[in-house]
Design a binder for this molecule. Structure first.
Ligand code: ADP
Ligand code: ZN
Length: 434
């Protein structure tokens, strides 16, 4: 089922015309209504008249996560608050999350692109959606919710967690579609196996995203749950989930490029790359009102495919995310930068600036251990006497980064020193390998 044939199957030339027009409107909008973008454009000596087509995009400034953080909370909004009807925020960033504001029209766009996502996986109004993404500030829950409602399906807004109840409702209500993170899907799959209730379920598809996952994980989820598992991609800064989705061909994710224009750039030179080359994914929103972004650098690495898909859709596709151009980790759904952990550790006089982060996945749950050296002058030889320090560091990381880390205090000079660039992270999950 194709949800919006007019945009998903439009000729490429025709799509380009739509994008040109929408880009012009967006640039006019931000120039006149966002002091942030007006200043950025003035710095570059450009005005809206310099932007006529998508080819002029390269003249526009980039936007980064740092810009969003510096503008916390509402500095990037391009409409008065009276026009904003919803606020969301992304997880786990140093006390200052990324905030997104949506107008009524933005919410309608969002539910439209999420409806396309679900139709891409073959769902219709006859499906029963169990939305097990978290509801709240996180965009996953409500994004999936309104998309499934827009499709006309029946929605169970159960939110994340409470595995036993998930399985009970899945059985009693006959859920046919599951929406959650891939790691939670695996966790649920194992619990279902344990309870031996798979045969009582009507589940046939799942829409999994918000974190990287491998092809192996897909096969495992499909095998255990006996469903078809679809990869979905999005980010709060652009809209939330719904930026790109897989169709039944599962050969890359179709980007809703009538709303979000993608570019691939070289993360070092910032120059555009040729079609098909792997680089950093950059988005310009071309219909958003509340918080449009120009050339937002996702730091996600992938490549684009412009050929028409076997499903009939003409929209550009992105490959599965292949990595990041920065060192951001996604642990239990929370975005974690090693530098955030470092700055917390350095608040404690007893801790030395020598540490190592270990991330792994055990029973489908991410584990996060931080080894940190105690300064020689604070080292008593008896680690158990340092329990209090450990607890204080753990509490501080929880409050600043929004995630629990197991702190292990280690002896002075026991963490390997490196010559050159320190390797401070060991991530055994290998989430980006194909
Ligand atoms: P959300 O948690 O709603 O996805 P965030 O803004 O917190 O939004 O995180 C967005 C980031 O999550 C993306 O830039 C990307 O790194 C990662 N991400 C989201 N979906 C996927 C996916 N399907 N595959 C790989 N990474 C993803
Ligand atoms: Zn397709």
């Amino acid at each position: 089922m194709i949800w919006n044939e007019s945009y998903e199957c439009m000729g490429r030339e025709e799509m380009r015309e739509v994008q040109n027009k929408r880009l012009r409107t967006t640039v006019e909008h931000v120039y006149h209504n966002s002091p942030f973008y007006r200043a950025k454009m003035q710095e570059l000596g450009i005005t809206p008249t310099d932007i006529e087509t998508i080819d002029d995009l390269v003249k526009l400034p980039f936007t980064t996560k740092v810009d969003l953080r510096d503008q916390y909370p509402f500095g990037l909004f391009s409409t008065p608050m009276s026009e904003i009807v919803r606020l969301h925020a992304s997880s786990g960033t140093t006390g200052k999350p990324i905030v997104a504001g949506y107008t009524r029209k933005d919410l309608s766009t969002w539910s439209e692109v999420m409806a396309r996502t679900f139709a891409g996986g073959g769902c219709t109004r006859n499906d029963i959606f169990q939305v097990a993404y978290g509801y709240g500030l996180f965009t996953g829950g409500l994004g999936a919710h309104y998309g499934a409602e827009n499709l006309g399906a029946s929605v169970i807004p159960i939110s994340a967690g409470n595995t036993e109840k998930q399985i009970q409702l899945m059985t009693d209500f006959g859920s046919t579609a599951l929406c959650c993170t891939p790691s939670y899907a695996l966790h649920l799959a194992e619990a279902i196996e344990e309870y031996g209730v798979r045969d009582k379920l009507k589940l046939k598809v799942g829409f999994f995203g918000a974190e990287p996952w491998t092809q192996e994980m897909r096969l495992e989820i499909e095998d255990k749950l006996k469903i078809k598992a679809f990869d979905i991609f999005g980010l709060t800064e652009v809209i939330g989930p719904g930026v790109a989705y897989e169709c039944c061909e599962q050969n890359g994710m179709h980007i809703s490029e009538d709303h979000f224009f993608p570019e691939i750039i070289d993360p070092k030179t910032l120059q555009p790359m040729a079609p098909g080359e792997v680089g950093e994914l950059v988005f310009t929103t071309i219909t958003k009102e509340g918080m449009p972004v120009l050339r937002y650098r996702t730091k996600d690495l992938t490549s684009l495919m412009y050929e028409t898909c076997a499903c009939g859709r003409t929209s550009v596709r992105m490959h599965k995310i292949m990595g990041r151009s920065d060192d951001m980790l996604i642990i239990r759904g929370v975005n974690v930068f090693p530098s955030q952990i470092e700055s917390v550790l350095l608040e404690f006089g007893e801790a030395a600036p020598h540490y190592h982060l270990y991330v792994d996945r055990v029973n489908n749950t991410d584990t996060f251990d931080v080894h940190v050296e105690v300064r020689p002058e604070n080292f008593t030889g008896d680690m158990s006497s340092m329990l209090d320090l450990r607890k204080r560091i753990e509490a501080r990381i929880q409050s600043v980064v929004g995630i629990h880390a197991n702190i292990k205090l280690v002896e002075p000079r026991s963490i390997e020193r490196s010559i050159g660039k320190a390797k401070r992270v060991t991530d055994k999950r290998n989430l980006y390998k194909e």
